[in-house]
Design a protein around this ligand. Sequence first.
Ligand SMILES: NC(=O)c1ccc[n+]([C@@H]2O[C@H](COP(=O)([O-])OP(=O)(O)OC[C@H]3O[C@@H](n4cnc5c(N)ncnc54)[C@H](O)[C@@H]3O)[C@@H](O)[C@H]2O)c1
Length: 312
Amino acid sequence: MELSGQRIVVTGGAGLIGSRVAQRLAADNDVIVVDNLANGRPESVPDAATLLKGDLRDESVVAEAIDGSVDCVFHLAAADKYVDTDSPRRQFEANTDITHNVLERMAAVGVDRLAFTSSCTVYGEAGEPTPEDYGPLEPISGYGATKLAEEAACSVYAHSHGFTVWTFRFANIVGPRFGAGVVPDFVEKLREDPETLTILGNGRQEKSYMHVRECVDAMCHVVEHAGDHREGPLYTYNLGTRDTTTVDRIAGIVSDEMGVDPEFEYTGGDRGWTGDVPRVFLPIDRLVASGWEPDLTSDESVRRATRELLAR
Ligand SMILES: NC(=O)c1ccc[n+]([C@@H]2O[C@H](COP(=O)([O-])OP(=O)(O)OC[C@H]3O[C@@H](n4cnc5c(N)ncnc54)[C@H](O)[C@@H]3O)[C@@H](O)[C@H]2O)c1
């Protein structure tokens, strides 16, 4: 699908990734952002896009955002993954509700192209590389469970209602946003106390970290190049870097960028929190075969995000 001259709804378009998606798309398309601003910031929404403030759990908001003139929906709205240990059920209900509202409304008004943002947490604690056809999918967090359920709902609309769906299973996406994630957490902790850094777990957790700019590039590339109605209904892509990094290395990079040399203290155990997957290996061969590959390694992505955070 060509991403130019289209009318596109971006749900969650005031958030870290959605605001960059909206910015990218608004250069050549008519973009409507819908976001309840629970975790998004209105100033992140590009001027060229229209912001509709509202909760996607409310069907009237979804109806206002998506009408028959829309060509495609980029669905990024989701309750923050870091709330799931407090209330996995609340998060599950919120996210699956939002996604069903979007899917049902799209079907009702004849909009049939959807880019959906999932997560590598659907693979659970595989302990081995997880290409897109890996199974069984056994998430270990409430967040992973919501993403898997939402993927399943999207699959129904792809296979039984004529939708084309691009599903993206993200690695950890980093960028200039405070409030969640290991990089901003370390920056904030070191600003408070440059002598000591408390690290959740044992520091050896190992994952792929992709910079938000590359994440948006990759998503747009896939939507533009990986098929359309004539080729298939459901396209699933892992999105990450080619490599991984560890929490210890991230601590080192953040300390280095801040010019401090703290002592690391560990809370212990092999993971940061209940539901955290300690080792994630996310092959991106399918993405590379589509003609796009990341320029940055995980370490470089973390370093860039740290610099951006420090410059804020
Ligand atoms: N950042 C990551 O590392 C990562 C990793 C895997 C998957 N994802 C997924 O990518 C998407 C974007 O993530 P992000 O990091 O930009 O998160 P984010 O929290 O910055 O953005 C999500 C946006 O959705 C909005 N939102 C939440 N509930 C809503 C509702 N009921 N109605 C309307 N808007 C609502 C929030 O206000 C926020 O602006 C999410 O679906 C997330 O689950 C992110």
